[in-house]
Write a protein that binds this ligand. Structure first.
Ligand code: PRX
Length: 653
């Protein structure tokens, strides 16, 4: 352990397992030697202009060339200045122009089991029709369109149709409330909302349009609502002339709508992320830089090959869906599986059934899903042939080493590399990740930065900390996929990301770099626990708990303590055992043995569920309030299941 007087984070968890990439994987990989990565990384860092010029010329279509690669006036960056391109053209026309229009772009399966396959040419026809429909509804370049839809191909079609005409999409995850939709419509000044007559979820139909109607009553800027018939719910109320059906306005259009040349820096989309407190921020991404970043990071990290079937299990309502269902894979000409429903419907083996049925080769999912699979039991996995898989990915939260090991053994059969990808809505695409052909992985580490990413870890005074010490993770150079702002809130953009360490992008995460140059994300800055002057990372204590066989999930927070400043409170879900005092003692001892007495929780509560955001992240902020005996304060609108708070209180009693 280290002295933490300078605000550095102590590192207590030792993880020394190392998994080199399998030789047969490396031989055919995009990155097949360490030297190739090193030289590319060096070129991107030392000659960024030259590096990104050639990347942009090779990987995007240009209607008009750019005249400058990057104009950097911190914190404002412009990339590929004055160039004209179109993200929908890059995702569709580019492949069709190259004679690859028959390639499958999207294989889709609905929750009830219905199937659809769209080639690149068919997808362009659908996108063109939708673009023409949007035009008919009065939408033009620069207008904001909210999209609140089930995970159907039409969701991707709507996004690409916006991009085709230069409208700015704002996808709202279809689990959000009317209030949240209205907030987002009003913040962005949305002119149109695209939705559906309903959404299938675990066999039930959720009334999306009803929720939208409630939101529209409070969304004065919205002129029209375009409604897709998904579930055949003809009872939905259609308010004339505001509401129109997709099959009337879109399906009737010509399928030849040319992509509009857009300025490189034209806004492509806004995506709202929940700040831990306060109102959601509309993260703004622009056209060329984002598109290039999504494409290249997809190709590098997922080692994309012609015959891959790529499945990213995220919803398009999150950045992961934007970058790795739509813009990244489609720009790269990949074949993607898109699934509409829940992982446990009709049974807990639905994902594995899909992997087997469609011979998925690359699976990209989240730690929260992996922990659920562990809890549901191996028998669901064992029923299926997963031999088509060659690469596994993880995103969204830190993956505890034991969950990593389960993923490696049970899903990857010890032969698929795992890419633990660290990034954020704000970064547009993956920033740190193993490159599967060359990086020896360590469970729990996102390993090294991609070309173009220059991280630095700093203490509270903004000075770089030595390797092995935890501190705040910043990015010191601009990269093409970086956010360009918070919609309508320049002050918050500057204050939140660029003020703590002037000129550097503050990620809001803590991290540590080990002696091999590997990065370990240590959780959000706000989640650090300060015990007797030692600053501890929540994830390390959680990982120590998760390494006990009875533990399924763990969340650790600090609560005020007179003697120590903060005491550690742990919330734990378990499997295959009844919780009792003996197990509680066993777990406390286990943590003490794994990482030391200092990190041993003072309270340990068993619970049946943990509060999570709708995207599956543990909401430690709420647990902090519960552990401190306070009323839960702050915004709970992003909480997935409001009954969790009541359950936690009951568990307490
Ligand atoms: O704290 C990090 C965590 O998720 C945050 C970004 O969340 P969001 O904007 O919703 O984007 C999620 C999809 C990219 C980060 O600041 N996070 C994401 N990936 C990882 C992670 N933490 C640890 N390891 C990761 N691989």
């Amino acid at each position: 352990m280290t002295d933490s007087s300078s605000g550095q984070i102590d590192h207590v968890l030792i993880e020394d397992r190392l998994f080199p990439p399998p030789a047969e994987f490396s031989q055919q990989a995009v990155f097949s030697s360490q030297a190739q990565y090193e030289s590319m990384y060096r070129r991107a860092a030392e000659q960024p202009e030259e590096f990104w010029r050639s990347e942009a010329l090779e990987h995007l279509h240009w209607f008009e060339p750019f005249d400058e690669v990057c104009r950097w006036d911190p914190p404002h960056a412009e990339w590929f200045v004055h160039g004209k391109t179109n993200a929908s053209y890059n995702c569709l026309d580019r492949h069709i122009d190259a004679g690859r229009g028959d390639r499958t772009a999207i294989i889709w399966e609905g929750e009830p089991g219905d199937e659809r396959t769209l080639s690149y040419a068919e997808l362009r026809s659908e996108v063109s029709k939708c673009a023409a429909g949007l035009k008919q509804l009065g939408i033009s370049a620069g207008d904001v369109v909210s999209i609140y839809m089930p995970m159907t191909p039409e969701l991707a079609i709507a996004m690409l149709a916006c991009a085709r005409i230069g409208a700015v999409h704002s996808v709202i995850f279809a689990g959000f409330s009317a209030e949240s939709i209205a907030d987002r419509n009003n913040d962005a000044g949305a002119k149109l909302v695209i939705t559906a007559d309903g959404l299938y979820r675990r066999g039930k139909v959720l009334p999306l349009k009803e929720t939208v109607d409630e939101a529209l009553a409070k969304s004065p800027t919205v002129e029209h609502c375009l409604v897709l018939r998904r579930v055949g719910n003809d009872d939905v109320s259609m308010t004339q002339p505001r509401d129109v059906w997709w099959h009337d306005v879109v399906d009737t259009q010509s399928d030849d709508f040319p992509a509009v040349p857009m300025d490189s820096e034209a806004s492509l989309f806004i995506l709202y992320t929940s700040g831990s407190t306060g109102k959601p921020k509309g993260i703004r991404h622009t056209t060329a830089g984002y598109n290039l970043w999504a494409k290249r990071t997809f190709e590098w990290v997922f080692d994309h090959r012609e015959d891959d079937i790529f499945w990213c299990t995220a919803d398009c309502g999150w950045i992961t869906g934007h970058s790795y269902i739509v813009y990244g894979p489609l720009s790269a000409g990949a074949t993607c599986l898109m699934y509409e429903g829940a992982p446990n419907f009709p049974a807990e083996d639905r994902f594995w059934e899909l992997v087997e049925k469609y011979k998925v080769t690359i699976l990209y999912t989240a730690p929260t899903a992996i922990r659920a699979f562990i809890k549901w039991g191996d028998e669901h996995v064992d029923k299926h042939d997963l031999s088509s898989l060659r690469l596994l990915g993880s995103v969204g939260e830190g993956i505890n080493p034991e969950a990593w090991m389960w993923y490696h053994k049970k899903i990857g059969n010890e032969r698929c590399p795992i890419v633990d990808t660290w990034w954020q809505t704000e970064t547009g695409g993956i920033m740190m990740s193993p490159l599967p052909g060359i990086t020896a992985t360590k469970p729990g580490s996102c390993t090294r930065p991609l070309p173009g990413v220059v991280p630095v870890i700093v203490d509270e005074t903004g000075n770089a900390v030595d390797d092995q010490h935890g501190g705040m993770l910043c990015i010191s150079k601009p990269w093409p996929g970086m956010l360009r702002g918070i919609w309508g809130d320049e002050d918050r953009f500057v204050q939140q990301y660029w003020s703590t360490v002037p000129g550097k992008y503050l990620t809001g995460d803590n991290a540590r770099k080990d002696s091999d140059g590997y990065y370990w994300i240590m959780g959000r800055i706000d989640d650090v626990i300060n015990v007797s002057g030692h600053r501890l990372s929540t994830i390390e204590v959680e990982s120590a708990l998760c390494s006990h066989e009875a533990v399924c999930e763990a969340a650790v927070v600090g609560r005020p303590d007179e003697l120590k400043g903060q005491a550690i409170a742990a919330f734990v879900t378990i499997r295959d055992r009844e919780p009792d005092e003996a197990l509680r003692q066993e777990l406390l001892l286990h943590v003490r043995k794994q990482i030391g007495a200092l990190a041993q929780p003072d309270d340990l509560r068993f619970t049946s569920t943990l509060p999570k955001t709708r995207s599956g992240k543990i909401m430690r902020r709420l647990l902090r309030d519960i552990a401190s005996g306070n009323e839960v304060a702050g915004d709970t609108s992003t909480l997935e299941d409001l009954t969790v708070l009541a359950k936690l209180r009951d568990d307490e009693g």
